[in-house]
Design a protein around this ligand. Structure first.
Ligand code: SF4
Ligand code: SF4
Length: 350
């Protein structure tokens, strides 16, 4: 029950509170717009499917610390993913409660849930990437992750669905992704899963969800069919141990492959901490370079590209790449650094 009478709540109140609670970025999307533009109209991921009362979705972003992408092993990034997701859910939960206490029913989307009545694979009630884009926080990369100008794709997002109408931000018009001429995510991908503003989800899952649900069911099927010796061998296999670790710490069941996140040059964090380590992409092959060039040429020739068609261009950035968003963020970052240095110097002088 709300502890206070219904009080007027503005978009800037909500954003300020989200940042105070620990969100790294925040934006607001209109439920009406989200209902009108589902990512795939055949399987509508819309707020009205969850509750027709929802009027706005507050989207928060949590940055994945870059340290994980500087390691030689993948375990640190998998573990940090868990920490970031737990923190994000806490921030979102507290924000939802804060809004409800002010008389505006609000709840957090189940960001990591899959609904098999829709598509197979990871397909939840809402697409958090699309929520983020509709809330003006970034736009799609070539590998269809959301890229924020601040942190590139090294982010997680969630949404707080609320019954209060808040002023929405609307999607960015600019394409944040550098585009086909960059193609670094494509070069780095061990599963050859990156398409032309598209992704081959099963091919990605082989690496990103090494011990995910499909691996587990395949292992159980294999176990059921195996003879006694085969069963004994499987009981001591690395696969079974991976399954155990997945249950215990969720490690390996998703977010197992950091490559396209690590090499993406968008974001202040990349330039500050990753550029040296990630400059060279060992997985790059002449075939991958040729594919990137083919993508570039197809776009130049205005060929039919599903990821860039009239429906999907909304989330890629209809105005194309100008680099302006990145420049603005870098300038803001430099200004803030300068301000902090000056503040420290004047504190020293006192
Ligand atoms: S997570 Fe890994 S496998 Fe999936 S698209 Fe990115 S680089 Fe490729
Ligand atoms: S690596 Fe390059 S092409 Fe891929 S998403 Fe990032 S900016 Fe876009």
């Amino acid at each position: 029950m709300p502890r206070e009478a219904k009080s007027a709540l503005t978009a800037s109140d909500v954003k300020a509170k989200a940042l105070e609670l620990g969100a790294d970025l925040v934006g607001i999307a209109s439920a009406k717009v989200l209902n009108a533009f589902p990512p795939d109209p055949r399987y509508p991921q819309t707020p009205e499917r969850i509750s027709p009362r929802v009027k706005s979705v507050v989207v928060i972003v949590q940055h994945i610390p870059v340290a994980a992408f500087r390691c030689k092993q993948m375990v640190p990034v998998q573990y940090l993913d868990m920490i970031v997701l737990r923190r994000m859910d806490k921030v979102a939960g507290r924000l939802a409660m804060w809004m409800e206490e002010r008389g505006h029913p609000s709840f957090v989307t189940a960001a990591q849930e899959t609904d098999w009545n829709m598509k197979r694979a990871s397909y939840g009630y809402l697409s958090t990437r699309h929520l983020g884009i509709e809330a003006g926080l970034g736009s799609f990369g070539l590998e269809v992750n959301i890229l924020t100008p601040e942190f590139g794709p090294r982010v997680y997002l969630t949404g707080i669905l609320t019954e209060v109408e808040l002023e929405a931000d609307g999607p960015m018009q600019e394409q944040v992704c550098i585009g086909e001429g960059c193609s670094r995510c494509l070069y780095s991908c061990p599963g050859d899963a990156v398409g032309h503003f598209d992704i081959d989800k099963p091919a990605c899952a082989e690496f990103a969800q090494e011990f995910g649900y499909m691996t587990v069911t395949a292992m159980l099927q294999k176990f059921a069919k195996a003879d006694k010796a085969g069963k004994m061998q499987m009981l001591t296999s690395r696969d079974l141990f991976g399954f155990w670790q997945g249950i215990l710490r969720v490690v390996g069941s998703f977010g197992d492959c950091p490559r396209c996140l690590a090499v993406c040059p968008v974001g202040v964090d990349y330039h500050a901490f990753l550029a040296d380590d990630q400059k060279h992409i060992p997985e790059k092959t002449p075939e991958k370079v040729a594919l990137g060039q083919k993508f570039k040429q197809s776009r130049k020739n205005n060929e039919e590209i599903p990821g860039l068609n009239d429906w999907n261009i909304r989330w890629v950035g209809p105005a194309g790449y100008t680099g302006q968003a990145a420049k603005t963020v870098r300038q803001n970052f430099r200004d803030e650094q300068k301000r902090l240095i000056q503040a420290a110097e004047s504190a020293d002088g006192e």
